[in-house]
Design a protein around this ligand. Structure first.
Ligand code: HEM
Length: 174
């Protein structure tokens, strides 16, 4: 917000306008910056969830679901994977990064953006369930029911994070 003192000198109730503008500076602009951060966090989470889902669907469609037999990481740990389980490795790595950002988004919402609190906390619960399901998918050697549950929970996670994003977007547009 631009703050030019000369505009107040010609105005009748300039003191009142000055107070109102100072209040805008402190409250409205701060609120705007909080909403911008929340918008960025929820959009980042959404993008990451989308990438993890793309990797997952590619793994399933190309029958690479059992290339890494352990959990939570592939045998190479966090270092660069051989071609054999490239996609599985990145599905899991991105799942870890995504979970971290989803948790940060929820903490931020709980502290600063009341309206987006519910859906961002639900997203954290769903992502925990999704990771546990991922473990069962691997352990059960791709039991179809578990793979179906893993896919639909992924879609549900995308939906709750999209709702978080849209709630924040509406707050900003007001
Ligand atoms: C943010 C968390 C995660 C999301 C959103 C996610 C999403 C997905 C999606 C959408 C698929 C495709 C399912 C299909 O088309 O049938 C998939 C597949 C798979 N995911 Fe995940 N996933 C996540 C975390 C994990 C974790 C932590 C593991 C295990 C360590 C895992 C293991 C797998 C495996 C093995 C497949 C392949 C299943 C198959 O070959 O049929 N996922 N995931």
């Amino acid at each position: 917000m631009n703050f030019n003192l000369t505009i107040y000198q010609n105005t009748k109730s300039w003191k009142l306008r000055l107070i109102i503008d100072l209040m805008r500076l402190t409250f409205v602009d701060r609120l705007e910056s909080v909403n911008n951060k929340m918008l960025g966090l929820s959009f980042g989470s959404l993008g990451l969830i989308y990438i993890v889902m793309l990797f997952g669907v590619y793994i399933a469609a190309s029958h690479q679901g059992l290339s890494c037999k352990g959990w939570p990481l592939c045998p190479n740990g966090v270092s660069l994977p051989p071609e054999k389980y490239f996609f599985e490795h990145f599905h899991r790595m991105f799942a870890i990064i995504t979970s971290t950002i989803v948790i940060v988004t929820a903490i931020y919402a709980v502290k600063k953006v009341r309206a987006a609190r519910k859906f961002s906390v639900v997203s954290v619960i769903i992502i925990i369930i999704q990771i546990i399901l991922g473990m069962f998918v691997v352990d059960s050697k791709l039991e179809p029911l578990l793979v179906a549950a893993h896919l639909s929970t992924g879609v549900l996670l995308f939906a709750t994070m999209l709702t978080t994003f849209l709630i924040t977007y509406r707050l900003k547009a007001r």
